[in-house]
Design a protein around this ligand. Structure first.
Ligand code: UDP
Length: 336
């Protein structure tokens, strides 16, 4: 098969590319390298079945030949991380809304199947746990910057369903819950790489708010497997699926766990949201996926619990820091 992966130089995209190449498929990536990084796909650039186009998904002239020439699109390009969303709302909305519109319009024109990656953010501050795919979504006001991400991704989902209904486009929608693994950086606010880096650097581990808010973290390998299995499933077409892990942890307990597992002397400090995000900010209290639907359709179960996930990422970040040091890059990786 020939696959187009938008945002393929990003954290999840690069793992998906590896997975597809390993299975003998051809992969074309389009990425504007804004949050995606060339170093994520460096090792793939010489692969005979891999191609990269550095351009924006907002550019229909770049996108059309790619979509025309592919069997399926994994649409992963999106604004990434709460920090970036709050700091760059225009880019967030443009990428999420206009970018997805370009993908859907061209895919409909050429009859190309699309898997859209959406997010657990679309559940908003719904307090009924776990979140099931047809549960209500509850958002805050447009004056609170954080919600622009949830609104924009929810609109992407509406748009995908609309193209399915009116233009018969085969689409699958996936809501990803806090995906973690090697190559994710803490630069865009993501808590696990941030906590581990802080612990390894013996710097304070920064818990925002009360620390009682909770998340469930999914290993990137489980996510990639789920995306691929859904893409192969006829029963998945026209449906929306949670892709996550149903082991939940409070953020302050996560900080303790990271401190313990790294053997770090770091202090755990509590930082008010206003100070952390510099804006009128509202956090999502809890997030936990129901995995019943995805389990029923493709037999999905996460393979990695939090302990193993943390162990793997700690090892990876230690290795990365070690090789940067050996290469004379000293604290470049550690300071991000
Ligand atoms: N968080 C934290 N300290 C950090 C970064 C994040 O306490 O240095 C918190 C954040 O406020 C949220 C949770 O960790 O409650 C997960 O944040 P992340 O940005 O990773 O993902 P989100 O679930 O908010 O999209």
């Amino acid at each position: 098969m020939k696959y187009l992966v938008t945002g393929g130089a990003g954290f999840i995209g690069s793992h998906l590319c590896e997975y597809l190449l390993d299975r003998g498929h051809r992969v074309h990536v389009i990425d504007n390298l804004s949050t995606g990084r060339l170093e994520n796909i460096d090792h793939l650039l010489d692969h005979p079945r891999f191609r990269l186009t550095v351009d924006s998904i907002l550019n229909p002239f770049a996108m059309e030949p790619l979509i025309q020439d592919t069997d399926m699109v994994f649409h992963l390009a999106a604004a990434v991380g709460v920090k970036l969303v709050i700091e760059q709302p225009v880019a967030t909305m443009e990428t999420n809304l206009m970018g997805t519109e370009v993908v859907l319009k061209l895919a409909a024109k050429h009859g190309t199947k699309v898997l859209i990656s959406s997010t657990s953010e679309v559940y908003g501050k719904n307090s009924k746990l776990p979140f099931a795919e047809d549960d209500d979504c509850t958002y805050g006001p447009s004056t609170t910057g954080r919600w622009c991400y949830a609104y924009s991704k929810a609109l992407d989902e509406f748009m995908a369903f609309a193209y399915m209904q009116e233009r018969r486009l085969p689409v699958i929608i996936t809501r990803l819950f806090n995906t973690v693994g090697p190559r994710q950086t803490g630069r865009y606010g993501m808590v696990i790489p941030r906590f581990i880096r802080q612990a390894l650097d013996s710097k304070p581990i920064t818990v925002y708010g009360s620390g009682r808010q909770s998340r469930s973290f999914t290993w990137v390998g489980d996510v990639v497997q789920a995306l691929f299995d859904l893409s192969e499933s006829e029963a998945a077409v026209g449906q929306v699926f949670n892709v996550g892990n149903d082991e939940r942890v409070a953020i302050e307990d996560l900080a303790q766990k990271v401190k313990l597992m790294t053997g770090s002397a770091s202090r755990i400090v509590y930082i008010p949201y206003e100070q952390a995000y510099n804006r009128n900010y509202e956090d999502m209290e809890h997030r936990l996926p129901s995995l019943r639907k995805i389990n029923r359709v493709i037999g999905y179960r996460p393979t990695m619990d939090l302990e193993r996930i943390l162990r793997q990422i700690i090892e990876h970040m230690r290795r990365e820091a070690g090789s940067a040091k050996a290469a004379g890059g000293n604290s470049l990786l550690l300071s991000r």
